[in-house]
Design a binder for this molecule. Structure first.
Ligand code: ADP
Ligand code: MG
Length: 162
């Protein structure tokens, strides 16, 4: 387990952007924490770090939003340090399970989505649908400390490369 304290939303976004490097295709990133704890803010940074084109609107009224990753020019000689070269991420799904139940998520084609190694799934309120979350998922918990301070804890599945 590794924890970070952030003192404003920019820092939380930056953390998400930084952690994008650790995400590979086929992974499910589970975010837990109360309303206002910073899950969506963090996701915005994560999407930026995964090189997804914005705008990153919250899926609260959509349940799930799909982002297509821009396919980078493979002939490019410039290495992209921010990305895992082995990654073949093509789609990023941002799910908000706040208002829904497990069946609603399954109805979206969940099993197929999580099986595909080209997909990354980021899911807010993942603890509400824990029964359908794969065992090897990455968990990140968000705690409200005070108005501008948040504690963000990564599960031990995260292997941070420094
Ligand atoms: P959630 O998705 O967990 O409900 P949001 O990311 O939507 O939370 O909202 C977090 C709110 O808290 C935003 O209004 C944001 O500006 C504010 N905030 C203040 N400090 C922080 C911080 N350190 N990290 C993230 N958000 C913060
Ligand atoms: Mg949210």
């Amino acid at each position: 387990m590794k924890s970070y304290i952030t003192n404003n939303s920019k820092q939380t976004q930056k953390l998400g952007e930084m952690l994008a490097r650790e995400i590979k295709g086929g992974q499910v990133v589970c975010l837990s924490g109360e309303l206002g704890a910073g899950k969506t803010t963090f996701t915005q940074g994560l999407l930026k770090g995964l090189k997804v084109k914005g705008p990153y609107t919250s899926p609260t009224f959509l349940v799930m939003k799909q982002y297509k990753k821009e396919i980078s020019n493979s002939k490019s000689q410039i290495p992209n340090k921010s990305q895992n070269p082995k990654s073949k991420i093509q789609n990023i799904y941002h799910v908000d399970a706040y208002r829904v139940d497990t069946k609603d998520i399954l109805d979206l084609g969940w099993e197929e989505i999580i099986m595909d190694k080209n997909n990354v799934i980021i899911i807010e309120w993942a603890d509400r649908i824990s029964g359908i979350i794969p065992k090897d998922s990455l968990w990140i918990s968000f705690e409200w400390i005070d108005e501008n301070e948040r504690k963000i804890t990564l599960s031990s599945k995260f292997k941070i490369k420094n």
